[in-house]
Design a protein around this ligand. Structure first.
Ligand code: PLP
Length: 347
């Protein structure tokens, strides 16, 4: 069989053998009535790891974020997001269509707005203005190539939020990648936020699922919205058994391999003519390659490497994105680099 190295995403990760076995052995119950033992166990484990009172399991990160928005806000409120936030760009406008929210987007260098910009964006009490109801953050930041927002920024944003009595929600789809990069436990990031969503189905490798964590009062309301949106699933034990393994210490620290492979890939790409890498961007499991120097079109580049068995994604007219995950090892990266080298020599 022809070799295929898929560097498009970390969502294509498949459950491990250990996950599959745990799934089949898992006891089952009706989770809507709180009777699925594995779901309860997973939710307790997640709350513990994230340092929050409670957590709930949901089918996707998009639903987790939407439930958080619905729980934190009233219709017609305004929320503050960075302009490339996944919640704003990539969740089908659910914040407007379902949660009836307005958005104030802010520019940033690296995925998290400056605290003073956030402060300026908060609406004063005035009969003409919508009410600001929430600050949304993202870590790692997807659109900027999986870069990590530093803890000091979180701390300062929290100070602003406290001054104006505003909640902070964290889209932590790749929170553990950020924690590993920063060398801290995930809860050290989450402590600056009132609620957090994490994905089990990206680098952590579970087939399906996300968790939303927060205070008991917050989760009590969030459970209602989860049900309303259709996220009240029944015998979830199979999925949650995989999720419990996804959140094991070994599985979380394995993400480091993805980061190391991304570094290795970046280093290799950097040495190829016509490819520019910003090494500051390569912090976790994403590598953005700039092909503009030789005006190498991303679509052409991607087509050529695909023919030779390497898959990546377009990130702009002259930019491509590579994502490392447990589905690719060092050998695969060496293969990918060889293919890219051949392709860039002939284009
Ligand atoms: C993937 C992702 C989500 C949404 O998760 P789904 O499970 O795909 O709905 C939210 N935020 C970020 C930053 C993501 O990368």
């Amino acid at each position: 069989m022809k070799k295929l190295v898929d560097l498009r995403r970390d969502t294509n990760t498949l459950p491990t053998e250990e996950m599959k076995e745990a799934a089949f052995r898992s006891p089952l119950g009706d989770a809507v009535y709180g009777e699925d033992p594995r779901q309860r166990e997973l939710e307790e484990l997640a709350a513990f790891i994230l340092g929050k009172e409670r957590a709930i399991f949901l089918p996707s990160g998009t639903m987790g974020n939407l439930v958080a928005l619905l729980t934190h806000t009233q219709r017609g409120n305004e929320i503050i997001l960075e302009e490339n936030a996944h919640i704003f760009t990539s969740e089908t406008g659910g914040l407007a269509q379902v949660a009836d929210l307005m958005v104030k987007t802010l520019r940033s260098e690296d995925g998290a707005p400056e605290p003073r910009d956030i402060e300026r964006a908060i609406r004063p009490e005035n009969i003409h203005y919508p009410r600001t109801a929430l600050i949304g953050l993202e870590n790692t930041h997807y659109r900027y190539g999986g870069i990590v927002v530093p803890l000091t920024r979180f701390e300062k944003i929290r100070e602003v939020a406290d001054r104006y009595n505003l909640p902070v929600h964290l889209d932590g789809a790749r929170l553990f990648n950020a924690a590993i990069y920063l060398g801290v436990e995930a809860k050290e990031i989450v402590r600056y936020c009132d609620s957090v969503m994490i994905s089990l189905s990206k680098g952590l490798g579970a087939p399906v699922g996300s968790l939303l964590a927060g205070s008991c009062d917050f989760i009590k309301e969030a459970e209602r919205y989860r049900k309303m949106l259709g996220g009240g699933m029944r015998q979830t034990g199979w999925l949650c058994a995989c999720g419990i393994i996804a959140l094991s210490e070994d599985n979380i620290s394995r993400l480091r391999e993805d980061h190391d492979n991304a570094q290795f890939l970046a280093e290799g790409l950097q040495s190829l003519p016509g490819i520019k890498i910003d090494r500051h961007q390569v912090q976790t499991n994403f590598v953005l390659a700039d092909l503009s120097e030789r005006e190498l079109e991303a679509t052409v580049f991607l087509e050529r490497v695909r023919e030779k068995g390497v898959l990546a994604t377009r990130a702009g007219d002259f930019a491509v994105r590579f994502v490392t995950s447990r589905e690719v090892n060092r050998e695969d990266i060496v293969f990918a680099l060889q293919v890219i080298k051949e392709v860039t020599q002939v284009i």
